[in-house]
Design a protein around this ligand. Sequence first.
Ligand code: ADP
Ligand code: MG
Length: 612
Amino acid sequence: VALCEAEEAPPTRSRPYAGEARFHWKLFWQFLRPHLLVLGAAIVLALGAALVNVQIPLLLGQLVEIVAKYTRDHVGSFLTESRHLSIHLLILYGVQGLLTFGYLVLLSRIGERMAVDMRRALFSNLLQQDIAFFDALKTGQLVSRLTTDVQEFKSSFKLVISQGLRSCTQVGGCLVSLSMLSPRLTLLLMVATPTLMGVGTLMGSALRKLSRQCQEQVARATGVADEALGNVRTVRAFAMEHREEERYGAELEESRCKAEELGQGIALFQGLSNIAFNCMVLGTLFIGGSLVAGQQLTGGDLMSFLVASQTVQRSMANLSVLFGQVVRGLSAGARVFEYMTLRPCIPLSGGCRVPQEHLRGAIAFHDVCFSYPCRPAFQVLQDFTLTLPPGKIVALVGQSGGGKTTVASLLERFYDPTAGVVTLDGRDLRTLDPSWLRGHVIGFISQEPVLFGTTIMENIRFGKPGATDEEVYAAAQEANAHEFITSFPEGYNTVVGERGATLSGGQKQRLAIARALIKQPAVLILDEATSALDSESERVVQEALDRASAGRTVLVIAHRLSTVRGAHHIVVMAHGRVCEVGTHEELLTKGGLYAELIRRQALDAPAPDVPG
Ligand code: ADP
Ligand code: MG
C-alpha cells in the first residue's frame, strides 16, 4: 500500500557554515517585543535620573553663591539661608538614587529574560542542524555562541540602554543649562570638547589596534613554547633544544617591543588627556573669571558651569567607550543570530510514516554514491548496492576506512546520498519522517556507546521517552543487563558518571543495547558493537546481540570476522563498492577478498574460538 507519494527530494549539497555574520534586527525585535512595556518603564526612569542629574549642578551653584556671600560679609545665619537649598539637593539625590535603582532592576530583568529566550532558541535550532554542520564546526565554537556571545550581547544591550540613554540626556540637558548660564562659554566648550574627544578616539582606536597586535604576538610566542614542550621527545631526538630556545626568544623579543610601544602609547594618552582636562578647567575658570569680573556672570553660575561642563565631558567620554561596546555587542549578537536562522537540509520531522502492521523492515541501497559535505571531492561510496532482506542478518565487512560506518549513517539519514536512493520497504527514505525512522524503526549500536550523566533508568528510557518501568526492565533483561544493574546498591537509580565513566565497557554496551531495544526497532544496526571489548565482555554482549537479532533485519558491521560467521549474507566492500556477496562457506570456497581477509586475521591472532 503506497501511503504517500514520492516527493521531490530536497537538495542535499552543503553550504559553507562560516558565512559573514550580519546582525539580524528583525529577530532581535522578536526577542525584544515581549519586554517593550518594561523597557519603556526603564527608559522613562533612566531619563528621569538623567534629568535630575542635570538639575544638581544648578543647585550646587546656588549653594556656592550663598557660601560666597558669607565669605564676603558675615551677617545673618548661613544655616537658615542654606537649609532650604540643602534639603532640596538631598531630595534630588534620593530621587536620583531611587530612579537609578529602578531602571537598573528593570533592565537586568529584561536582559536576563532575553538571554534565556535567546539561549533556548539557539540551542533548539542547533540541535536541528544536519550532522554535516557538526562535522564542519567544533563543539567549542558552538558552546561559546551559547555562553560568551549571548553574555556579551546581553551586557552590551543593558549598557547601551542605561549608560547610553543617561549620557545622551546628560549631554543634552547640561548643554541647555550651560547655554542658559553663559552662551559664550558654552560656544567655547562646544568647540573644544568634541575636538579633544575626536583626537582621543583616534588615539584610542590606534591603541586598541596595538593592543590586539600585542596579544597576537604573545599568543605566537606561547604557541612556540607549547609546541616545543608538547613535543619534547622529538625536540630531544633531534637535539634541537638550542634552536627552540632561540625561536622562543625571538618571539618574546618581538612581543616585548610591541608591549613597550603599547605602554608608551598608553602613557602618552594618559598624560595628554590629563593636560587637556586640566586646561579645560583652567580655561573655563579664566574666561569665566573674566566674565565674572566684567559682571556678566555670577560666581555661583561659574561654579554651576564648571560642574555641568565636567558632567558633559564625563558623559561624552562614556559615550565613546560605549561606542566600542556597541560594535562588540552587535557582532556578538550577529554570531548568536547566525545559527538561529540556519535551516537544516534534512528536517527533523515531517514526511510519512508506515503503520506498524505494514512495516516489514526491508532495506535497499540502489547505486548509492556519497561524499561527505565537508570533503566533497572524496567519493566514499560509489554505485553502492546492498539489500537487507526483512528478518535476515547481513554482515558488512571490509577494511577500516572502507565506508562501512558511512553506510550506517546513510541508513539513519544523518546524510542524504549524492546519487541513488536508499529505500525502506520500497519507499525512498527521503519521503519518510526522519524522527519516526530514527525513533521507531532503526536501533543503532555503535562501538563507543555514549551514556548521559543521569540514572540507568533514564538512560535506557532515552530510547523511548514514555516507556514504563516494566518496559525498561524487559529491555534490560533482553540486553543481558538486568543482573549487573540489580547488583548495584541503587539498582536502576544508579547515576552513571559523566559519559558513563563509572561503568565497564561491556556494561555500557549492554545499557546501550537495552536503550536501542526498548523502542522495539524493526531494523538493527550493529557497528563494530563488540570490537572495543575484552573477550569475556564480548561473549556476554554477543549473547545479548544474538538474542536481539532474532526476527529483525540486522546489519552487522564488523572488522573481526569471527563475529559474522552466523550471518545469512556476508557483503565484502572495498573502495566504496560491494565486491563480494555470499555466505561464509561460499566466500571461502570462492577464494576472493574475504578468504584473503580470513587468512590474514588467522595469521595475526590465534583463532579466538579455541580456548586457552
Ligand atoms: P569504516 O567504518 O569502514 O572504517 P568510515 O565509513 O568511517 O569507514 O569512513 C569512510 C571514509 O570516510 C574514510 O576515509 C573517512 O576518513 C571518511 N569519513 C568518515 N566520516 C567522515 C566525516 N564525518 N567527514 C568526512 N569524512 C569522513
Ligand atoms: Mg567504522
